[in-house]
Design a protein around this ligand. Structure first.
Ligand code: ZN
Length: 404
């Protein structure tokens, strides 16, 4: 048993702050959370004065199988799966070293995300818990077809969904609209599937208790995804041939449905603005502010691995992505909530992680300072626990050295 004591303990939910608090951890689980002295005695006491303890961060949208470069798709020498798996392990290490203790991987080929997920849980690799979607379901030649999930009609869609779930997928990903990163595929303002086809994906997931993430830029795709009952809408950029066009009526439909929205806010906003000019990025940021005002349930997720708007988007930029939410008008407590409890819930793991509470996995971080006052303090990591296992800097250096 171990007591972790700090100046502040945040449970993850807005307004739940324990001043001079402590968390009692037994192995991989949290036993209790309360004020100093509430946990009784323990063999080990970690005193962290001047620090804040909070739930481990949750990145609801990553691609561990990409190298953060601008154009991972058109490089013409496909990486071997053996090499790719090592890259994914290194990306997972970077993620957890930034305080991310759960990540939802929304597209990988060869079921490599499952191999990595299991290796991390066994202690063979260093990384966060992974919620794996495996191969995204997409049209033949459609957005991200090269990950192996092509399906053009309902029968084929159900087949790919079932194969993914048979292999061990934790959720399903469907490309409801085109995208920006696949040469020759439909553009992002075009829907790839009908509502009925998306409903087939939802049905396949639901009977096994899993969720569905729908990639949707286009207005029609966002609407169909909500009608089909997906769990999360990814990107939700309200994209048209002439750029981002926020639609208040459609936003209201999304808000009323309660569907989670992961607007894939990445931390390279300012660099992207320099490259692409202010207009497109400012429209995008305004869209995120508008979604907040319209009452949509937004969650944190970076799309890291994929370059964002022409700029490298590395897996360890999670805190920078949260600072972009602040630029869009979010308060710090609100940001911590959407990066912990709400993101965990959206990823289907809200029962076991995302808040500090008795019975949950001991997924937590401790940072010097107070991120409620200064969000940047989330970078001052003093402790990262994943299911009670400490990710130490020494361990990280060892891994880096062995990779290098
Ligand atoms: Zn993505």
């Amino acid at each position: 048993m171990r007591i972790i004591r700090a100046a502040k303990v945040l449970t993850g939910r807005q307004g739940e702050v324990i001043v001079d608090g402590e968390v009692l951890v037994d192995g991989s689980e949290i036993v209790s959370v309360g004020p100093r002295g509430s946990a009784g005695e323990a063999a080990e006491v970690v005193e962290l004065p001047g620090h804040t303890v909070l739930p481990g961060l949750v990145d609801a949208h990553v691609h561990l199988g990409f190298d953060a470069k601008v154009d991972p798709v058109t490089r013409r020498s496909p990486e071997s799966e053996r090499h790719l798996l090592l890259r994914m392990a290194e990306n997972a290490r970077k993620l957890v070293s930034a305080g991310v203790t759960t990540a939802r991987d929304l597209g990988a080929r060869g079921f490599l995300d499952l191999a990595l997920r299991d290796a991390i849980e066994e202690g063979l690799a260093v990384g966060p818990h992974i919620v794996a979607a495996t191969r995204p379901i997409t049209l033949t030649g459609g957005h991200c077809w090269y990950m192996g999930g092509e399906a053009d009609d309902e029968r084929a869609i159900r087949r790919v969904a079932r194969e993914n779930l048979r292999a061990g997928a934790d959720c399903l990903k469907v490309m409801a609209s085109g995208g920006m990163m696949t040469p020759g595929a439909a553009p992002s303002w075009v829907a790839q599937y009908t509502t009925e086809q998306l409903r087939a994906v939802v049905e396949e997931a639901e009977v096994r208790g899993k969720g569905v993430a729908a990639h949707a830029h286009a207005h029609a795709a966002i609407r169909s995804a909500v009608e089909a009952g997906v769990t999360t809408i990814e990107h939700c950029t309200f994209f048209t041939p002439s750029g981002h066009r926020f639609d208040a009526e459609l936003a209201d439909v999304v808000a009323t449905s309660g569907t989670y929205v992961c607007p894939t806010v990445h931390g390279v906003m300012w660099r992207a603005r320099e490259v692409y000019g202010p207009e497109m990025l400012d429209d995008w940021l305004r869209g995120i502010a508008s979604m907040r005002e319209a009452g949509l349930r937004l969650i944190a997720g970076t799309d890291s691995g994929f370059g964002a708007a022409g700029v490298d988007n590395p897996t360890d930029g999670f805190v920078a992505s949260l600072e972009v939410f602040a630029q869009a008008g979010y308060g710090n407590a609100e940001i911590i909530e959407l990066a912990t409890v709400l993101a965990a819930d959206a990823c289907g793991v809200g029962e076991v992680t995302g808040t500090l509470a008795a019975g949950k996995w001991a997924d937590l971080i401790a940072v010097a300072g107070d991120p409620l006052e200064r969000l940047a303090d989330l970078r001052n990591l003093a402790l990262v626990l994943v299911s009670g296992r400490s990710v130490t800097q020494a361990g990280v250096d060892t891994v880096t050295a062995s990779v290098g």
